[in-house]
Ligand binder design. Structure first.
Ligand code: NCD
Length: 325
């Protein structure tokens, strides 16, 4: 197997799991992003680094981008993948516990990416695994690899992850990508948040009391996107998370709370960057897809590169710089 000495990478990531963005120090997050930037520039150099290694993708919830980008990432590193895209295809349907499923899969593979509808499932999985577990979304809780994707995209246009006014718009209550990105951006100096949602979909209290308040990051809450948009550097749009609602009626009432269209984009500055983890339903009109400020398809591509960096580091396929080990 060919190994590459990566620049600015950390010894500490080999064998580690990623359940929440806080599991990595800022230096470690930066190491993943820096390696991802190197891969973006020169992907051929990395096409063999995971030869002989296997990634499991265990998806107990629907996914397009996350699962396929994990699989594409491992294949582009020269490794292979196995897994399932829906739980009925596994022994979960026979009543097997998550702990036993994970223990089993970790006997066959080098790293596991798992998505599960239950909050805390990824943490539990990491305790029963012999190999690193990557949380690909646990219910309405966290989605740290989407955060890596978002940070890489923000860095590509702003050159930094700090000193930014970031608007989060839509379902801030159930949107796990919001929870993870808020947590990560709160750790960088000078960021400021504008939280735009209907009152029923406000960011959970635990994020306010355990993340926003302790970090001291300034934030305001608003219900109108038109009011917030002129001041933003980044606008993070989200889908109303239908699958986490208790009744259809509430979903129908709230689903079209925000629709970003040309008229609203006209109120924004020329340097705004619009992100969305996708899938979108109605919340971004396709008429703005060709606006240079729309970054969500760039984000899709970066999701694959950042997962390449993460897999390479967690599996120890890219060695840390001599002297740091
Ligand atoms: C997000 C998710 O699954 O949380 N999608 C993704 O992974 N890119 C966002 C969503 O489903 O709304």
């Amino acid at each position: 197997m060919k190994t590459i000495i990566g620049k600015n990478t950390e010894a500490g990531l080999k064998g580690r799991s990623l359940i929440e963005p806080d599991d990595f120090s800022l230096k470690e997050l930066e190491a993943v992003l820096t390696l991802a930037e190197q891969i973006v520039k020169n992907p051929e150099q990395y096409m063999d680094v995971c030869r002989g290694k296997i990634l499991a993708t265990l998806f107990f919830e629907p996914s397009t981008r996350t699962r396929l980008s994990f699989e594409a990432a491992m294949q582009r590193l020269g490794g292979t993948t196995l897994g399932f895209a829906e739980p009925n295809a596994s022994s979960t349907a026979k009543g097997e516990s998550l702990a036993d499923t994970i223990h089993t899969v970790s006997c066959y593979t080098d790293v596991i990416a798992m998505r599960n509808p239950k909050e805390g499932a990824a943490l539990l999985a990491s305790r029963h695994s012999e190999v690193p577990v990557i949380n690909a979304g646990d219910g309405g809780h966290h989605h740290p690899t989407q955060t890596l994707t978002d940070l890489l995209t923000i860095r590509s246009v702003k050159g930094k992850s700090e000193g930014l006014t970031v608007g989060f718009c839509g379902d801030l209550k159930f949107g796990r990508t919001v929870h993870s990105l808020v947590k990560a951006l709160s750790r960088y100096p000078g960021n400021r948040f504008v939280l735009i949602s209907p009152s029923e979909l406000e960011i959970p209290d635990y994020i306010v009391s355990r993340v926003l308040k302790p970090s001291g990051v300034p934030f305001t809450t608003m219900s109108r996107l038109e009011e917030a948009i002129p001041d933003l550097d980044i606008l993070y749009m989200t889908r109303v998370q239908k699958e986490r609602f208790f009744n259809e009626e509430d979903y129908v009432r709230l689903k079209d709370s925000y629709i970003l269209d040309k008229a609203k984009m006209n109120l924004a500055g020329p340097e705004l960057g619009v992100l969305h983890p996708l899938p979108r339903v109605n919340e971004i009109s396709t008429e703005i897809d060709s606006d240079p400020r729309a970054l969500y398809f760039k984000q899709v591509k970066y999701g694959m590169y950042v997962r390449m960096a993460l897999i390479a580091l967690l599996t120890g396929s890219i060695l840390p710089e001599a002297g740091k080990a």
